[in-house]
Design a protein around this ligand. Structure first.
Ligand SMILES: Cc1cc2nc3c(=O)[nH]c(=O)nc-3n(C[C@H](O)[C@H](O)[C@H](O)COP(=O)(O)OP(=O)(O)OC[C@H]3O[C@@H](n4cnc5c(N)ncnc54)[C@H](O)[C@@H]3O)c2cc1C
Ligand SMILES: *[C@@H]1O[C@H](CO)[C@@H](O)[C@H](O)[C@H]1NC(C)=O
Ligand SMILES: *[C@@H]1O[C@H](CO)[C@@H](O)[C@H](O)[C@H]1NC(C)=O
Length: 371
């Protein structure tokens, strides 16, 4: 039977999970160059006069060279990769990024743009002595049009801060990732990050209205449009979405923010077979229609591993598969009626064996963290 979610006693916050991931390994990871046997290409080597030049472009305290201060920038989130960078630069403006890149280009110095350093495939850390660009100081919101929902901001804005900001205007960010407390919108764009809202809002190719980027030679590319229905000619912005820093550095973005949903519910279900998961997905799209906002699946091994490693409690018993369904709409009564009708039908047909549903924000957060 469906029951209100009351079994989860552990209060898991995003921060607990993050610190567990971040500090689980005490020893330094091996150098990426040795681990993956990578040969350094013929880039220039940074010297004292380069450092002095960077100090003249940025201020003294935005050029970091102390070995122990640079170390965290050389190591990735899961502590799998380690680079050998000697310098971290913290630009504040597009012009500074442009000056830095144009100088590095003329000296053939390699550069590694780094956002929240939450990437899980080693792309955000150097391999050799690449100069790390940290965008944390490019974290200003430039404008928000609360009628069209167009948000324009700098690349170093942290996703969660943006979400909190636009919520004051009854809007939300079209994406929501597990790493939202650290990842930058520029990093998200550069990785074409997906996340929990992808089913409803699509990937970033649809939500990014425009962007500004700086190419390796320092040229600033201005595609910072905010018109959703912009059908004029080529859209260069798409090349930068998912390009992982290879084409240039994203410095500003314009994001289309959808309206906040007043009624949100989350269900977590035990399912017997993968075939049932597929049937459930198809039926959810038909029966829940426009209120279906997320549908995620995990198999038994994935859930068991999460439960074990993060020391959580599974609110359901052992099932071969688990499904998480989120609905978001604007009318609580109407939405829960729809959801309940769907659930009783799917339990009758046996696609769902057991489950739990909640509309309480605190419990939903716990459930979302869990899966
Ligand atoms: C707990 C957790 C959950 C996650 N969940 C998801 C998820 O649901 N979906 C998903 O897609 N990913 C997920 N990720 C992976 C990761 O968080 C995303 O890929 C995120 O978009 C990376 O953003 P970042 O700012 O941390 O970028 P970083 O990790 O710092 O960098 C990623 C890449 O982008 C480049 N880059 C960064 N900033 C810029 C810039 N301004 N201009 C040009 N290039 C740049 C870097 O050089 C690097 O190649 C998760 C990670 C964690 C730790
Ligand atoms: C980038 O710099 C900011 C402060 O300026 C810091 O808080 C952040 O941790 C740095 N990023 C990384 C990945 O170290
Ligand atoms: C960016 O990526 C992070 C990490 O995956 C995620 O938590 C965050 O929600 C994303 N932000 C946006 C605006 O997509």
């Amino acid at each position: 039977m469906f029951r209100p979610l009351s079994l989860l006693i552990i209060n898991i916050s995003k921060h607990n999970v993050a610190s567990q991931i971040k500090y689980s390994t005490a020893i330094l990871p091996r150098l990426s160059s040795e681990k993956y046997n990578i040969k350094r290409k013929s880039f220039g080597t940074i010297n004292e006069s380069d450092i002095n030049h960077f100090r003249s472009i940025l201020s003294e305290n935005r050029v970091i060279t102390d070995e122990s201060d640079v170390l965290p920038y050389n190591i990735d989130w899961i502590k799998n990769c380690r680079g050998q960078s000697k310098v971290v630069l913290k630009p504040k403006t597009t012009d500074e990024v442009s000056e830095v890149l144009s100088y590095c280009n003329s000296k053939k110095l390699a550069v590694c743009p780094q956002g929240g350093n939450t990437g899980l495939v080693g792309g955000s850390v150097p391999v050799f002595d690449e100069i790390v660009l940290n965008f944390s100081l490019m974290n200003k919101v430039i404008s928000l049009d609360d009628i069209s929902g167009a948000l324009v901001c700098e690349a170093g804005c942290v996703l969660e801060n943006l979400d909190n900001y636009v919520r004051q205007h009854n809007l939300i960010m079209p994406l929501d990732l597990g790493a939202k407390g650290s990842c930058h919108i520029g990093g998200n764009v550069s990785t074409n990050a997906g996340g929990l809202r992808l089913l409803r809002y699509g990937n970033l190719h649809g939500s990014i209205l425009g962007l500004e980027a700086v190419k390796a030679d320092g040229t600033v590319i201005d595609c910072l449009r905010t018109l959703k229905k912009d059908n004029t000619g080529y859209h260069l912005k798409h090349l930068f979405i998912g390009s992982e820093g290879t084409l240039g550095v994203v410095t500003k973005v314009a994001v289309h923010c959808p309206a906040v949903s007043k009624a949100v519910s989350l269900g977590y279900f035990g399912v017997n077979t993968f075939e049932d998961v597929l049937q459930l997905y198809r039926n959810a799209k038909i029966s829940l229609g426009e209120i279906l906002s997320a549908f995620e699946m995990a198999d038994n091994r994935a859930i068991c591993s999460t439960v074990k490693n993060l020391k959580l409690t599974n609110p359901l018993e052992d099932y071969p598969f688990y499904v998480l369904i989120e609905t978001s709409g604007c009318d609580e009564e109407h939405d829960s009626e729809k959801l309940n009708r769907f659930l009783s039908k799917e339990m009758e047909s046996g696609h769902i064996i057991d489950g739990t549903v909640t509309s309480e924000p605190a419990k939903m957060r716990v459930m979302a963290t869990f899966t």
